[in-house]
Design a protein around this ligand. Structure first.
Ligand code: HAM
Length: 410
């Protein structure tokens, strides 16, 4: 019986796992620098956590969630994103008493999309969320964090910050109505897929890539005309500050994002090196979402990045090799060898035992992997209760025992 992996899933190993671990390590470093705490949530949640907050008409909820009934008929969904589970966890565990509360997490998400390069049904996200701050500096800070992380992980790639403002929630609701009316009045000039969104999700028509829609998108009423002066000033400050910080900005008035919970600043870091799956990181402000999920009426801002997409742009990460290779010349010397093996491991060295019991093979393996030291365990070493150690970079070999090997390795 040969079982294939499920479509849209992939295994991580070798080079890929080195890149994956580097991403996670950098995320942990940077979270400390910026003062974010780790929050790990379950992979599945009650379906209702996602349905309304992400938008009943969003692609994720309409077509992509892995939902099933548990044995007691509870409806469960494998998490398609991390923002709502993080908010749920912050509320469930009383983590919103001291604000701002800043959290990050990495982990698997699940969306039943059409698989292609950079798009999977199970994928990993990095997620940073700042709960409780209305200050537009929180937007700048979290975008800066994203930019710093990308610069660390993919220093040789080009990426650009696409940014827009959606204004306050009530401006946005008013705008959706105006937009629905405009597109209803101009149905003839829209693609079939956009016609389906006129009354349910008119904002999504704005980011349609279908050329049949482009003329109407150009003529459509602009959200900016509804946004208050203060909000526009804040948005101008955000753009100015990010530009002054050296971040490449592209202002995109049609950027609306695919999930319903956004308002004010929305942004995406995009690359031109990955074809159609070109968004590395996406996020924005979601004032109102925490209250919708049963928490306090506090604002929030955050982003998520696709680890697999970032990995596609990363250089190879060298595998860390053992410090010492054991060359045991005959299986009958194993009990003597294990003494030094155990001693070195307890003293934090990495030691490799290859079960070959052959000096030539051990030497060629150690040279190939660029391991620094070879410990040779032969007849004499066993008889005299000591070990030979060879420095492979200069070829020098000396005899040591457990009491003085650490001095030698220093
Ligand atoms: P999102 O735009 O749906 O936002 O996803 C964020 C990132 O996850 C994308 O930019 C992409 O890199 C990666 N991604 C999404 N779907 C896939 C897939 N099928 N395969 C591989 N990578 C994928 C969110 O999830 C929001 N929760 C972001 C957020 C956080 N907003 C505020 N806080």
């Amino acid at each position: 019986m040969k079982i294939k992996p499920v479509r849209g899933t992939h295994d991580l190993f070798g080079e890929e796992i080195n890149k994956f671990n580097k991403v996670v390590a950098e995320v942990k470093n940077i979270s400390q620098q910026f003062g974010f705490y780790e929050l790990i949530t379950p992979i599945f949640e009650s379906s209702e956590l996602f349905k309304k907050p992400l938008g009943e008409q969003s692609d994720v909820v309409l077509k992509e969630m892995y939902t099933f009934n548990d044995r007691n008929e509870d409806e469960i969904t494998l998490r398609p994103e991390y923002t709502t589970p993080m908010i749920r966890a912050a509320i469930s565990n009383g983590l919103l008493n001291n604000l701002p509360a800043k959290f990050f997490g990495t982990g698997q998400m699940f969306r039943r999309e059409r698989p292609q390069k950079g798009r999977y049904r199970q994928f990993n996200q990095i997620n940073f969320e700042n709960f409780g701050s209305d200050d537009y500096f929180a937007d700048i800070e979290i975008i800066c964090l994203a930019n710093t992380l990308l610069k660390k992980l993919i220093p040789n790639s080009n990426f650009t910050l696409h940014i827009n403002t959606l204004g306050a929630r009530d401006n946005l609701s008013a705008y959706k109505k105006i937009l629905s009316k405009f597109f209803n009045d101009n149905q003839k000039s829209l693609s079939k897929e956009s016609l389906d969104k006129i009354n349910t999700n008119p904002l999504r028509i704005l980011d349609s890539k279908n050329p049949d829609d482009s003329a109407m998108i150009k003529k459509s009423p602009k959200l900016i005309d509804l946004i208050s002066k203060t909000d526009l000033n804040n948005y101008e400050e955000i753009k100015k500050c990010l530009t002054d910080l050296g971040i490449n900005i592209f202002e995109d008035p049609n950027l609306v994002r695919g999930l319903d919970y956004y308002c004010h600043t929305v942004f995406e870091f995009k690359t031109n090196e990955l074809g159609s799956q070109d968004t590395l990181i996406g996020g924005g402000r979601y004032n109102g979402l925490i209250k919708t999920l049963g928490g306090k009426d506090i604002p929030g801002v955050g982003w998520a990045g696709g680890i697999e997409r970032i990995m596609l742009l990363m250089n190879d990460v060298p595998q860390k090799q053992a410090d010492i290779h054991l060359a045991i010349l005959d299986p009958s010397f194993k009990l003597h060898a294990i003494k030094i093996y155990d001693f070195l491991i307890k003293n934090s060295f990495s030691v490799y035992w290859n079960y070959k019991y052959n000096l030539k093979k051990a030497l060629s393996f150690a040279n190939e992997k660029k391991i620094n030291y070879l410990i040779i365990v032969g007849e004499n070493e066993k008889a005299n209760n000591n070990f030979s150690i060879k420095n492979l970079s200069n070829g020098k070999q000396v005899i040591v025992n457990i009491d003085n090997i650490l001095d030698y390795l220093k």
